[in-house]
Design a protein around this ligand. Structure first.
Ligand code: H2U
Ligand code: ZN
Length: 348
């Protein structure tokens, strides 16, 4: 069987799910549509932005005149700390269950500058974001009823992001959400069977194969996972076994900041646009147990397919059946690998 030729399905060992791959639909690698670069400029400060320093938010609070990063409790938080504990089981054979859930939601501003993105921020400012993620994980994880801290960034209007000001969110909660829970279970089973972390073994294999590697530095590797669903989905993996962001050394934090920047530049360069994506950090739960099998990692799920405007839709068969893709992970990795590491806006 030829993975670049024949329709097939691939297994995702991290989730225990499959993805359908139909390479025959796009035999030739995509050369990148020549479109006019997107050069829309935003102001450095927007008086109407609820995240800019010194501005009033919808909830009535006023942001401090912060000059680095800034974290605050979401004014419209999906989860709140003060919920009475309770559960209910009703319906035939108790099929309908409900449980209260306590949690804390933060909004985290990456920069006081309204017009920047991680890809266009200075290294030392991205480094502050890495430190902020670590602090959020440590502080929220230390709250007694918080067992999981989900850090994520939702970027771009096409992803439903409400504001271009560079920011992310943190949802800390009592229960482990479904996707990380599945990944944790798969990593645990693998570790029990083989004695090594699944993602460490996977990375070692990918470093030998080389065909899905996008970018590397001393401490981190970016690759398109074998089982990628989104056209340009990537994962950031540490070379060393480390279960959470607090476990990263100073130098590893530096390297994480620099690989995030170069990855961001490559993604923006792909379609000469400020590339939209959802990014999430997966790491060990904060329930006080030890997780030697868990490997800290980041997922980027970008929706764009062929240009700054052509998006992949997860509808129809994908919504009702299973995920499917046309270009293979190997083709996407090659495209990303070959892209320049200088932002297109700086070369015009
Ligand atoms: P996005 O990351 O999807 O853009 O969401 C931004 C969050 O900011 C959103 O969850 C919150 C919204 O509830 N928000 C505030 O906390 N205060 C505001 O004044 C407006 C938006
Ligand atoms: Zn702003």
């Amino acid at each position: 069987m030829d993975l670049q030729e024949h329709p097939h399905r691939r297994y995702n060992p991290l989730l225990g799910e499959w993805v359908k791959v139909s390479p025959h639909r796009t035999k030739r690698p995509w050369q990148g549509q020549v479109e006019k670069p997107q050069l829309d400029t935003l102001p450095e400060y927007d008086e109407k932005c609820y995240l800019c320093p010194g501005n009033e938010r919808a909830g009535g609070h006023t942001n401090p005149k912060y000059d680095g990063t800034f974290s605050f409790t979401n004014d419209f938080a999906a989860l709140i700390p003060n919920v009475p504990e309770g559960s209910s089981t009703t319906g035939p054979h108790g099929m309908l269950k409900a449980e209260t859930e306590r949690g804390i939601c933060h909004v985290i501003c990456f920069s006081p500058r309204h017009d920047l993105t991680l890809a266009r921020m200075e290294h030392e400012d991205i480094r502050k974001v890495v430190d902020l993620w670590a602090n959020e994980y440590r502080e929220l994880g230390a709250v007694d009823y918080i067992n999981h801290v989900q850090i994520f960034e939702n970027r771009g209007a096409v992803m439903g992001c409400s504001n271009p000001h560079p920011h992310g969110q943190v949802w800390a909660e009592e229960n482990i959400p479904d996707i990380p829970a599945k990944e944790l279970e798969k990593q645990k089973i693998y570790f029990e069977e083989h004695g090594t972390p699944l993602l460490m073994d996977y990375l070692a294999y990918e470093l030998e194969q080389k065909e899905r590697i996008v970018l590397e530095n001393e401490s981190f590797v970016v690759l398109v996972p074998y089982w990628a669903v989104w056209p340009y989905e990537v994962m950031v993996l540490p070379r060393r076994s480390v279960s959470n962001i607090v476990g990263l050394t100073e130098i590893e934090r530096e390297h994480l900041a620099s690989i995030i920047k170069v990855l961001g530049i490559k993604l923006d360069n792909l379609f000469k646009t400020s590339f939209p994506y959802s990014m999430g950090i997966h790491q060990a739960p904060t329930d006080g147990k030890s997780y030697p099998e868990v490997q800290f990692h980041m997922h980027y799920a970008p929706p764009l397919l062929r240009s700054a405007t052509v998006k992949k839709f997860m509808v129809g068969y994908e919504l009702m059946g299973m995920p499917q893709r046309d270009i293979t992970a190997e083709t996407s990795a090659r495209s990303l690998r070959e892209l320049p590491e200088i932002h297109y806006r700086e070369t015009l």
